[in-house]
Design a protein. Structure first.
Lengths: 127, 103
């Protein structure tokens, strides 16, 4: 069964760059139909989608974070990664990765859902 | 931008009772809405996609309905493990969540 696992530093200094990797097992990241997404959840708050990428490197990002986000994919390692620049305390959150099951339906409507999810990793931004 | 509003914020229910959770979209999302369950310290889990379809392994007591801008997640005969926070989602947008706790 498909499983995802986040990895990366748990502590990042303010103004620096947050870098995380998600390793996919039990399936191929090169699936033509799938995207792969990053999410975050500040302590005690709700979920926020950060962005998604597919096997060929096509990305789509949350407009509110787009200027600071870069995602990349390494199909040979079955991994995809997130870089978030110029972090502040507001970027402190549990970061999750998940498969983004995306498709286009009638009238060109974009549809997606996220499944499965990794267990998440807490990233704290320190001053 | 789509804004998803969930109500109530907190729902207090006794085990064995039915819980009805609402999600309202700021514009029509047709029938393309998903629901997730999140327990403390755990990742979200997909429950429902395309408004009515249960994800793999999700018990039949979970059901979804709605279309356009108004959607409902119903949990029949709540089990102890169902007390959690529930989020609706469409595209890259999540609702703020409804917490289901024990009455």
């Amino acid at each position: 069964q498909l499983q995802l696992q986040e990895s990366g530093p748990g502590l990042v200094k303010s103004s620096e760059t947050l870098s995380l990797t998600c390793t996919v097992s039990g399936g191929s990241i090169s699936s033509i139909t799938d995207y792969w997404g990053w999410f975050r959840q500040p302590p005690g708050k709700g979920l926020e989608w950060v962005g998604s990428i597919n096997y060929s490197g096509t990305t789509y990002y949350n407009p509110s974070l787009k200027s600071r986000v870069t995602m990349s994919v390494d199909t040979s390692a079955n991994q995809f990664s997130l870089r978030l620049t110029s972090v502040t305390a507001a970027d402190t959150a549990v970061y999750y990765c998940a498969r983004d099951v995306a498709s286009t339906r009638g009238a060109g409507q974009f549809v997606n859902w996220f499944d499965p999810w990794g267990q998440g990793t807490l990233v704290t931004v320190s001053s | 931008e789509i804004v998803l509003t969930q109500s109530p914020v907190t729902l207090s229910v006794s085990p064995g009772e039915r819980a009805t959770l609402s999600c309202r979209a700021s514009q029509s999302v047709s029938s393309y809405l998903a629901w997730y369950q999140q327990k403390p310290g755990q990742a979200p889990r997909l429950l429902i996609y395309d408004t009515i379809n249960r994800a793999t392994g999700i018990p039949a007591r979970f059901s979804g309905s709605g279309s356009g801008t108004d959607f409902t997640l119903t949990i029949n005969s709540l089990e102890p493990e169902d007390f959690a926070v529930y989020y609706c989602q469409q595209r890259g947008y999540f609702g703020p969540g409804t917490r289901v706790d024990t009455k």
